[in-house]
Design a protein around this ligand. Sequence first.
Ligand code: ZN
Length: 271
Amino acid sequence: MEFLYKDGKKQALTFSFDDNQDHDKRLIEIFNKNGLKGTFNVNSGTLSVTADRNPDGNIYITKEEFKEVYKGHEVAVHGVNHKYIANLTDSMIVNEFLEDRKALEELTGTLVEGAAYAFGWHNEHIMNILKTVGIKYSRGVDSTYGFFPPQDFLDWRPTCHQAFENIMQLGKDFLDCPGYIELPLMYVWGHSYEFGRSGNWDDITKFCEMMGGKDFIWYATNMEICDYINVTRSLEFSADGKKAYNPTLIEVFYKTNDGFSSIKPGEYKLI
Ligand SMILES: [Zn+2]
């Protein structure tokens, strides 16, 4: 059985951008124009901090506009104050993530169960703390430059950073992805303020235009991909391997000789 993404799509593309600065708005405009979906990792402690109150001069998304700005995309935890967690006690780490989660759930009115590690810093112990506070996946900063889905979603390594010099070529490689990879995934991460500061929005605009509008790509948030891949990993099979049971609430798609088929939630069927 070879799995496919939602609606039988062969590949998935996702984005993850950190630190909730005002530049997110322009990036989201580019995403929306090209039908792309992203996840935005937010430090709730900096929301509404205006330039005159903030020595770094950054302008952050305000609480008032928050829901509207991120509409159609995912919001995820990035630590209340973007602390370097290596030097914190466990209870401080819990607060950094749990209080961020609470604040973002209040703002979005929905569950917030994804994260990105501030400065990418994490280890097995931190991953367990995140699990304890209800986080299902978390992204680091080490690039794989590949298209395999993660083995462990709490140690999710992106394909590449936004400023990777060969990102256009990597995008082309993904569009022409080798068939041996099951559920190929391209995952680009970064900060919208890097485009804002340099004034160079052209590269990401070209990249998004090149990647958008493909009927074989599922454009999804990090959480949608995490949930879907977890479903493919939790199907149950008969002893002879001929029938599969879907114990989850998500329809799962797979390849057949003449295209694709699916197993609906609760369905037990010959595959
Ligand atoms: Zn950050």
